[in-house]
Design a protein around this ligand. Structure first.
Ligand SMILES: [Zn+2]
Length: 268
């Protein structure tokens, strides 16, 4: 398996720098703002390393909710919009985990922190830590930490070759790690995933198997599917954030579909 080369990484970064704001005149300020945010994330990481309590402010939410214009029209939502468009192009319009097409609506495309920002605050704005997931994958993954413990205290982002324990959607090529078939019948849409590497098997076990189960549950239950679509549309106005009751509903849904698999009611 080939890891992403430094050359390819540099090219992707350069491409983003050219695409980071729809207006060329605003790109420099955008990158400066992201660098400031990144520095704030590193500072928060260092505070926590010293044993100080975590700051209550979530830096990512602060960026994405920032609607007031910075100097020269660089706003949080515009940074997010350009980043989402860039990542979606890089992923060929597919979810970074399940490879289902991301439909053309904003709320179906949360920006995913591959190493979750709750645990890896230092990578909140890190270019290689961001990807686009579908709503289902984003909600199944939540803040679960897949990375090995030795990655937690690093300030620098781990190199592609270091991700041997988990699938990294920006560094790994999906087809080298997971094979899938998707079958559509009159009544059902079923996806079956099979890991063909350690990282691929980890992804199947920790996410894709629950996703398959959720897909079956939702497709056989139009009312539930409809309700979930309304909830997701509601979340779109707040970059995926939901009221605690709706969050609890999502978690209950994830838990009950997992339970169905454990009880053998679903294909594995
Ligand atoms: Zn997905």
């Amino acid at each position: 398996m080939v890891d992403l080369t430094q050359e390819a990484m540099d090219a992707a970064r350069a491409q983003y720098e050219g695409d980071c704001h729809e207006r060329e005149t605003h790109r420099k300020k955008t990158l400066e703002h992201l660098a400031t945010q990144n520095a704030a994330a590193i500072a928060e990481f260092k505070r926590r390393q010293k044993g100080l309590p975590a700051s209550k402010q979530d830096l990512w939410s602060k960026l994405t909710k920032h609607r007031k214009s910075f100097k020269s029209g660089v706003t949080g939502p515009l940074i997010r919009k350009a980043l989402r468009a860039f990542l979606e192009r890089e992923q060929n319009g597919l979810c970074c985990y399940c490879q289902r097409p991301l439909v053309n609506i904003a709320y179906a495309k949360p920006i995913e922190h591959i190493l979750p920002r709750a645990t890896f605050v230092q990578y909140t704005f890190h270019f290689w830590n961001l990807a686009i997931a579908c709503f289902d994958c984003n909600q199944i993954k939540l803040d679960h930490v897949w990375a090995s413990v030795d990655k937690r205290d690093l300030e620098e982002y781990p190199a592609p070759a270091a991700f041997t324990e988990m699938y990294h959607p920006r560094f790994h090529r999906f087809a080298e790690h997971v094979r899938f078939i998707r079958v559509q019948t009159n009544d059902h849409l079923v996806s079956i995933y099979r890991g063909v590497s350690d990282q691929g098997r980890h992804l199947c076990l920790n996410l894709l198997k629950d996703l398959s189960a959720r897909e079956i549950v939702l497709n056989s239950n139009p009312e539930l599917k409809g309700a979930l679509e309304v909830i997701n549309a509601h979340a779109s106005s707040n970059e995926g954030a939901l009221a605690p009751e709706l969050e609890a509903f999502h978690q209950a849904l994830a838990k009950s579909t997992s339970q169905l698999i454990k009880n053998g009611a679903m294909p594995r």
